[in-house]
Ligand binder design. Sequence first.
Ligand code: NAD
Length: 323
Amino acid sequence: MNIVLLDGYTLNPGDLTWKDLEYLGQCTVYDRTPPKKVVPRAKDAEIALTNKTVLSSDVIKQLPKLKYIGVLATGYNIVDIEAARALCIPVTNVPAYSTRSVAQMVFAHLLNLAQHVGHHAETVRSGRWTFNPDFCYWDMPLIELAGLTMGIIGFGRIGQATARLALAFGMKVIAYDIVTPSSIPEGCQFVELDDIFRVSDVISLHCPLTPQTKNIINKERLELMKKTAYLVNTSRGPLVDEQALAQALNNEGIAGAGLDVLSLEPPEKNNPLLKAKNCFITPHIAWATRAARERLLQVVVDNVASFLAGKPRNVVNGVKATA
Ligand code: NAD
């Protein structure tokens, strides 16, 4: 089988190995593929693998040998799964490989907002402590998380993993989801969406991007939040109206934000959040710990092997065609 991986660099910039994938067929790995090179590079592929390279209906129709599409991520919105279904091409994804890493990133952002370790360490490195009249100093309010309320929107795998960490920090947890789980973990309380905004000291977003959740953080909801509250978004950028959030931060409507995702990635130079007050942005890396990438690659390989064995798994478009 001819396997073409269109954009392997972010999964494996060199610290993992493709050998298990290469074992499954004639494998060509590109670091990245610009849109106009997708068809020429994949035209002989029977198996196409993509992380963020778009496989639109138009592209899929120009790949006559294609039998299988594997997405190297949980979200598969970059593939037109209906077009693939019409051609009996199964599309698979990789669920749940990064749950703990993403929950950990929520707390990396939250602890940064609460204590600004990086900033204070930088001032010490630059010599300021040495000349300080007192034995200590701090530049921003230092916040104890215990006793604060964490509001979680989207109480799925990552939302619940985040809740467990919050409880371990002594926080109270309230949650909102369109689906109420059959059992609510001890220490967590389900509330209405507006109550999340009114009551929370920290709001963490864990719902997927859908027409209903686009701009779920908007001007009106930001105005419901406490002035001392923080927003953390490790889910998807378009959940947030970025102009409204930048305004809320700059006008001290809320105290700070920790963001791992933006509406356009990489962001444009004039994205208002890049320079907003108390806004800390990481470049979509919550998923990218080595442990999570190793798990991801293993599932990608298992998905291809299962397809080749005639039993595709993690299929997201209902096609059970065999190789
Ligand atoms: P999941 O499917 O387990 O949980 C999502 C939850 O959101 C579900 O319980 C669902 O019912 C709920 N939901 C759906 N629509 C909603 C709405 N309108 N309002 C409130 N809740 C709603 O998914 P997960 O594994 O927990 O992942 C959550 C999100 O995290 C993903 O959709 C993805 O966007 C993001 N993610 C980001 C990274 C990263 O690197 N930053 C990595 C992995 C996942």
